[in-house]
Write a protein of this length. Structure first.
Length: 485
């Protein structure tokens, strides 16, 4: 009965409180998407200069991702999340009063750093409180919340800018404050819940050894062979077989020890999400992550993917402008993207659960390549709308599955650092994409940009397939360490 009270749809309340706040937060994430238009129309900045100014936000995010993850390992997830959102709201108010483009660029650098601090902490928090077997579902739901907000945000922003561009700064700041108050209340209750669980172990939701193993069969790299676990797994042959097959029942008579260890691990994870018990060496964790080849190869490949994919918010607006289209047509394309993701993200999860992560990622890359290839010959809004549907279908199998894969690759005591480095990809891409897209379109035209993006997606798909084995072995290694702990 306690388990039912602590879970909704198989996920703990510790997850759902954060999810609701994220849903509200992302309804207000629209300032950066419309920043270039604000600079050009209200501040009368040249289009090329505007792209450079907006890129400062992405480069600032590099600092936030680098330090946000490692600091959350040391000081706790909640302090980084709350602090980052409060700081972001303050910076939005500051930005609304700035009229000088170069000062705007400097402030966007600071805003990018502050607003990126919570991102790795959120991802690590989910890995802390959600059992391994349910993490793919949790990250998919997180992505759904982001996409829902991304679908609603442009509609809100488009109405605000018709009155005044300044209003969108105030509107986003208010939304951040409301969501932060919700998060503060939620974390307060989560802390009491974690303390109560530590005092009353019988009330903790147990996560047995077979739940830990399911990251390989259904969430990590599905299809990992038993031999990849190696002879170092300290359980019996029956336990090893269950780990590879994903069976829910573990018949080994010594599995009681695994149950107790897993239960203790879950309880400790809940407490760690609120506040880590001991300091973690930031430098040691960075060295560990940078030397982790399976993880770093994933980071590099996702950087190549995102720098091409993020042309939808940098190169695409310029291409549409050159064809005589404006903010109304562009905002509808973004809404199509977010709307399709909201409708199909959850149903798609049932399909993805029957496939390995690598297979889902590769298929997603290929579908995205088809969508961007379609834009090569698009000359009307309807052509770009069809392309948007295609690359949105590709996105279904990339972002949430990539997040799940990174969570599987990260050791428990360095999740924040790993997520910080992974989210560094987003900040680098947000900074580089406007520069790359603007340079290619300015020198060679938008069709050349879409050709380059299509080739990039195909290369990333090949790279993911080639590095599959390394990721499988890394996931198996983390599983052995979890069982041994």
């Amino acid at each position: 009965m306690k388990k039912q009270a602590r879970e909704i749809f198989g996920l703990p309340l510790l997850f759902w409180g954060l999810w609701l706040a994220l849903l509200i937060l992302w309804m207000g994430r629209f300032v950066i998407s419309f920043m270039s238009m604000y600079l050009v129309k209200d501040l009368h900045v040249d289009a090329g200069v505007a792209g450079t100014i907006v890129s400062m936000y992405g480069f600032g995010g590099i600092v936030g991702c680098l330090f946000g993850g490692s600091l959350s390992d040391r000081f706790g997830r909640q302090s980084m999340i709350i602090g980052g959102e409060i700081g972001s709201a303050i910076m939005l108010i500051v930005l609304s009063f700035i009229g000088d483009p170069f000062v705007m660029g400097a402030m966007l650098l600071v805003y990018g750093a502050i607003s990126s601090i919570p991102t790795p902490a959120v991802a690590a928090y989910i890995a802390d409180v959600v059992p391994v077997r349910a993490q793919k579902r949790a990250y998919t739901l997180q992505t759904w919340a982001v996409n829902f907000g991304f679908a609603i945000g442009p509609i809100i922003a488009n109405q605000l800018v018709k009155i005044s561009y300044t209003l969108m700064f105030y509107a986003e700041a208010i939304i951040l404050v409301v969501a932060t108050v919700m998060l503060g209340t939620f974390f307060h209750e989560a802390r009491k819940l974690a303390e109560h669980d530590v005092a009353s172990p019988s009330l903790v939701i147990s996560s047995d050894a077979s739940s830990l193993s399911s990251v390989i069969s259904s969430e990590g790299e599905a299809g990992v062979e038993k031999s990849s676990l190696g002879p170092t797994v300290s359980a019996s042959e029956d336990l090893s077989a269950s780990l590879c097959s994903g069976r829910d029942d573990v018949s080994d008579p010594r599995s009681g020890r695994e149950d107790r260890d897993a239960s203790r691990s879950t309880r400790d994870g809940d407490a760690a999400a609120v506040a880590p018990e001991q300091p973690v060496s930031m430098i040691a964790n960075y060295r560990r992550a940078l030397a982790d080849w399976p993880f770093m190869s994933m980071v590099v490949l996702m950087f190549a993917y995102t720098i091409a994919y993020f042309q939808l918010t940098s190169g695409l607006p310029i291409a549409l402008t050159q064809l005589g289209m404006g903010t109304d047509q562009y905002s509808v394309l973004l809404t199509i993207n977010g709307g399709i993701l909201c409708l199909l993200q959850i149903p798609a999860l049932a399909v993805f659960n029957r496939m390995s992560n690598t297979r889902v990622l590769v298929l997603g890359m290929l579908m995205t390549a088809v969508g961007y290839a379609f834009q090569i010959g698009a000359t009307s809004w309807h052509g770009f709308a069809i392309a948007a549907v295609l690359w949105t279908l590709g996105e279904l199998g990339t972002f949430p599955i990539a997040a799940t894969t990174v969570a599987s690759l990260a050791p428990a005591d360095a999740r924040g650092t790993y997520q910080g480095l992974y989210n560094l990809v987003w900040s680098l891409s947000n900074g580089a994409a406007p520069l790359v897209g603007g340079w290619i379109i300015g020198g060679f035209g938008s069709r050349t940009l879409w050709i380059c993006c299509t080739i990039m997606f195909l290369l990333v798909a090949a790279g993911l397939a080639a590095t599959k084995g390394a990721r499988e072995r890394a996931v198996a290694r983390n599983l052995r360490e979890s069982l041994a702990g």
